[in-house]
Design a protein around this ligand. Structure first.
Ligand SMILES: Cc1ncc(COP(=O)(O)O)c(C=O)c1O
Length: 357
């Protein structure tokens, strides 16, 4: 049997296994920036009832126009600007498929969401890093230079795992300075409240990605959407798989939109808890980066992996980001319920004593 795997694209050898997640069973789960509050059972029941009477043997509508119109109305944009997806990651994939190929440049900031570089490599693009500054702020002049000959620039704001945000005026300047496509990943928009959405109406080179996985507490159902200029939407629609959002998810998202106040009712508490966690971490002498998302990045002078392991032993799972560029000493914690945040702070305090360096 021949086994050279020469049928694979060469760049896959570099990318293979690049997106792994170490998830030991822990009662306190603060590693994926999820909403710590599940849907109330009355809302789940409302979804079950809608789905029960549907025809499961039939495909969803080829273009789910009525559904897209509801999403567009909620966001305040024209339905012709919107595409819906099985999570925002799926739409990112479709957008990349439209713009990336070998010898084209994808600009990313570093550190950022790991999937960007991984997908960039899968599509054979040259992935160019523009490092954040020492305080994890975006390097606008650096991005402007890198964007000049790029096909695509992807920016998460708030950025994962740092929590950093980009100023909307600076973003507008950046977008106007280049022909590249700017993908603005607003997965954590609801914790920040500042959006690049308006740019989509006036600039053909802007895509905004949003997800229901965070503020809407819907990560398990997989739903995200993208907004762009209506002149470019048909191109992205061509690269998207048909029937990519199933009838269960559509029913759930309709309920979510009708009951947005209930599902997003804990956002203020999460933001307050974020500030409390930041304050306590700082009081303990740790270096904490400002965050506008539902997670916090912090550094100590101790080995981050060892701290992570000690906390896992105490049943608290945070994200070990120490393999990310420039984050050798860092961990990221998602903001949970108040009692979960207390358990995290306690476990960290003990781990800091136990780990010598
Ligand atoms: C920056 C960023 N974008 C997108 C996602 C995932 O979005 P979705 O669940 O809609 O695919 C995440 C999840 O952690 C994220 O951090």
């Amino acid at each position: 049997m021949r086994g050279t795997l020469s049928f694979l694209k060469p760049q896959l050898r570099e990318a293979v296994g690049g997106y792994k997640l170490d998830v030991p069973e822990c009662p306190i789960k603060l590693n994926q920036n999820e909403n710590p509050y599940d849907w109330p059972s009355s809302l789940k029941q409302a979804v079950f009832e809608r789905v029960r009477d549907m025809s499961w043997n039939r495909y969803p509508p080829f273009v789910p126009a009525a559904f897209v119109a509801k999403v567009a109305k909620y966001v305040g944009v024209d339905p012709g600007q919107v595409l819906v997806g099985n999570g925002s990651n799926e739409l990112m994939y479709a957008v990349f498929a439209c713009v990336l190929e070998p010898r084209r440049k994808l600009v990313i900031t570093q550190p950022t969401f790991t999937l960007y570089a991984l997908l960039g490599k899968v599509f054979g693009a040259d992935v160019v890093d523009v490092p954040l500054d020492a305080e994890m702020r975006f390097d606008l002049p650096g991005l402007e230079i890198a964007a000049k000959d790029a096909a695509c620039v992807i920016i998460a704001t708030p950025n994962n795992p740092t929590g950093s945000v980009i100023d909307p005026m600076e973003l507008e300047h950046l977008v106007a300075s280049s022909e590249a496509l700017f993908v603005i990943d607003e997965a954590y928009f609801d914790f920040h409240g500042v959006s690049a959405l308006e740019l989509c109406a006036t600039h053909k080179n802007v895509v905004v990605l949003r997800t229901f996985s965070k503020a809407f507490a819907t990560a398990g159902l997989r739903f995200g959407f993208m907004v762009c200029h209506e002149a470019v939407q048909p191109y992205f629609a061509t690269a998207k798989l048909p029937y990519n959002v199933n009838i269960f998810t559509m029913a759930a998202v309709e309920v979510a939109l009708e009951q947005a106040n209930v599902l997003k009712g804990r956002l203020d508490e999460i933001k307050r808890e974020r500030e409390r966690v930041i304050r306590v971490l700082k009081e303990r002498g740790l270096h904490v980066y400002p965050s506008r998302a539902n997670f916090v990045l912090f550094e100590s002078d101790k080995n981050a992996r060892k701290l992570w392991e000690k906390m896992v032993k105490r049943g608290v799972l945070v994200r070990d980001v120490s393999k990310y560029p420039r984050l050798e000493r860092a961990l990221r914690v998602s903001i949970g319920r108040p009692e979960e945040n207390d358990a995290f702070l306690k476990a960290l305090e003990a781990a800091l004593v136990e780990v010598k360096k």
